[in-house]
Design a protein around this ligand. Structure first.
Ligand SMILES: Nc1ncnc2c1ncn2[C@@H]1O[C@H](COP(=O)(O)OP(=O)(O)OP(=O)(O)O)[C@@H](O)[C@H]1O
Length: 604
């Protein structure tokens, strides 16, 4: 049914209006990302957080605007399918020299799927697969910045080149001592290149926009020598007197993966050609899916599109079945996974036990809170999907029964497309990275007699809670089973239904009993407000095992003290924004005299 001619002026007008909608979106998205530089320079941390949060909303707003315009101006929903067929082809034509064609295709899908019936959600009408290549796109405008810059130092000129790399970003804020910091970096590089012969192609390539997030700005690049490439990132921070310092030099895939983790907030980056950034970043982190890189750059919808394509591709090339996720079942979430695929799928149940005073709307609002909040490396990002269809034969019967029992409103089993194949259609679903639930991880460590592993996990667990505290998050339910362990051994929280802002909670000491009756009472005899929290009462739930208790009390006893929580709450209320370090504390160039008196960091 390929049209021989593009003869519908209406189709062209619709395609053009759609692209106008996307261009407006990308312009505003980019403007907000550009503003991050100024906010960094002026240490406007609240503004930075607000910008990060608000930018996430932009996409849906622009999609809605485009849908309204197409309906009002073109009665788009009433147009016959041969017009719609031409809309896609015209749109492809309009993207020939576009700088963000992949994102524009996704925008087309978002708008079109709101207008057309789902039977048309295939490649004739939407971009199930990309149509326009993103390779080798260049911005040929005379004043355009290249995606990355290359520097060609020798061993002797390495330091001046490092200074030049940083200077080229033209940060409008003085450095405390850039020469000194460049010296630290040269030292760090020198230890890696000590016995290495520098080859003809020795060079440093640096992405030409800084990466901004929270209180940091990051230079991202790689050192190339012969056939070897060494990724690196330089975090730039403000010192206590407002001057800039380079805080560390991160090297290698693993350290960059930590910086770009799915459990952190999205970066603000000024990019004309996002595909070129993703391509560069992929050379630094080849194992990170492209979808996650788009998300880390703030293009979360593109991340979602690519994730879904990868997922469908994986389904085609696998044969295992979806099953109930291992671990303790949730009271509000029904969680399942596909063993061969490193993600979990979460449905909100229709019924909750009485102790869970919540609702579907409330749970969704908590998940949204996490999406918009700084996740400080401690809360997993989620992708949200609606009306997802899976082949019925890929589901274990036990899982279908479980969904039927606990989330019947979310389940439809039918041959919707009329192709003779039964499908499981789930109304609303969250997808997130699979981790090893911490309770299972600890049990395995106990069973294997791995005390070091227990110690590391319990210490990490406490660190995770402290990072959340610094980010103004009270996790609500702190049981081991609500945390997971990532590939890098980081502990990350994933149970969001009881999450609260720390500043909304009331941390209290358990009152002294006034008489024997109260003392002997097995029940809570004092009155408890809805936002009251009693940290002393965490101990019995968390510290049943003596080995765990010992490690916990050694490193994190303050978590059982209401004063610890209250102090953090007060600091946040007073406007303090904590530093979040997406790297080990030991990596910091902590030799600076002016930093010596810095308070212990809340997060690393
Ligand atoms: N990202 C994940 N990776 C691996 N397993 C997970 C993940 N998320 C959830 N699970 C598994 O599913 C279970 C329930 O998930 P979750 O804690 O989100 O549900 P819940 O209903 O909110 O729990 P609760 O009853 O504590 O409120 C977990 O205990 C864990 O075993």
């Amino acid at each position: 049914m390929f049209p021989q001619r593009l003869d519908s002026p209406l189709a062209y007008a619709i395609a053009q209006a759609m692209l106008d909608g996307f261009n407006r979106h990308y312009r505003l998205f980019r403007l907000e990302s550009q503003r991050a530089k100024r906010r960094f320079e002026t240490a406007d941390w609240h503004g930075q957080q607000r910008g990060q949060r608000e930018r996430i909303e932009f996409y849906d707003l622009r999609v809605r605007e485009a849908v309204v315009r197409l309906e009002q101006e073109f009665k788009a929903g009433e147009q016959p399918m041969d017009v719609w067929h031409q809309v896609k082809l015209h749109y492809i034509g309009l993207l020939i020299d576009h700088h963000q064609p992949e994102c524009a295709e996704t925008f087309f899908n978002s708008v079109t799927t709101k207008i057309l019936h789902r039977t048309y959600f295939h490649n004739d009408f939407i971009f199930v697969r990309p149509a326009v290549s993103t390779e080798f796109i260049e911005n040929d405008e005379p004043a355009a910045a290249p995606t990355y810059r290359a520097y060609y130092p020798s061993r002797e000129t390495l330091r001046e080149n490092v200074v030049r790399i940083v200077d080229n970003f033209q940060l409008q804020c003085p450095f405390e001592d850039l020469e000194r910091d460049a010296g630290y970096i040269v030292e760090a590089i020198a230890t890696r290149l000590a016995h290495v012969k520098l080859r003809a192609n020795f060079q440093i390539q640096v992405l030409s926009s800084l990466f901004f997030r929270n209180k940091g700005a990051y230079v991202v690049g790689k050192i190339i020598n012969g056939f070897a490439e060494l990724p690196f990132a330089l975090p730039i921070l403000h010192n206590r007197s407002g001057e800039l310092v380079i805080d560390a030099c991160l090297f290698g895939e693993d350290e960059l993966q930590m910086l770009f983790s799915f459990a952190r907030a999205y970066f603000m980056v000024d990019m004309e050609i996002p595909a070129a950034y993703v391509q560069f970043l992929r050379t630094l982190m080849p194992r990170k899916p492209r979808g996650e890189l788009y998300s880390a750059l703030g293009l979360a919808k593109q991340g979602k599109t690519l994730f879904y394509r990868d997922f469908l591709y994986h389904l085609k090339h696998s044969s295992d079945k979806f099953r109930i996720a291992p671990g303790i079942k949730g009271m509000v979430m029904l969680v399942f996974d596909l063993p061969s695929f490193p993600y979990v799928f979460k449905l909100i149940k229709d019924y909750f036990p009485p102790q869970k005073e919540t609702s579907r709307e409330q749970i969704q609002s908590k998940y949204l809170l996490v999406k918009q909040h700084d996740r400080v490396g401690r809360m997993a990002d989620t992708l949200e999907y609606s009306e997802v269809a899976f082949a019925r034969e890929r589901f274990e019967d036990e899982l279908i029964e479980e969904i039927r029992r606990f989330a019947p409103s979310q389940l439809e089993i039918s041959d919707r497309d009329g192709d003779g194949h039964e499908e499981v259609i789930l109304k609303h679903l969250y997808i997130e990275r699979r981790m090893i639930p911490l309770n299972i991880y600890l049990q395995e460590a106990f069973d294997a007699g791995e005390h070091g592993q227990v110690e590391r996990a319990v210490t990490e667990y406490g660190n995770a809670i402290k990072d959340l505290v610094a980010a103004n998050i009270f996790p609500g339910d702190m049981l081991w089973k609500n945390f997971g362990v990532t590939r890098n051994g980081k502990v990350v929280f994933y149970d969001y239904d009881e999450i609260e802002y720390l500043t909304d909670c009331n941390f209290r000491q358990v009152p002294q009993p006034r008489n024997e009756e109260e003392e002997m009472s097995g029940e809570v005899w004092y009155s408890v407000g809805p936002k009251d929290v009693f940290p002393e009462t965490f101990a019995p739930f968390l510290l049943g095992h003596p080995a765990v208790r010992e490690v916990f009390m050694k490193h994190h006893a303050e978590l059982l003290d209401p004063a610890f929580w209250q102090q953090h709450k007060e600091r946040i209320l007073a406007g303090y924004v904590h530093d979040v370090f997406p790297y080990e504390r030991a990596k910091r160039f902590a030799r600076r005299p002016s930093e010596a008196a810095e308070p212990a960091e809340a997060a690393q």
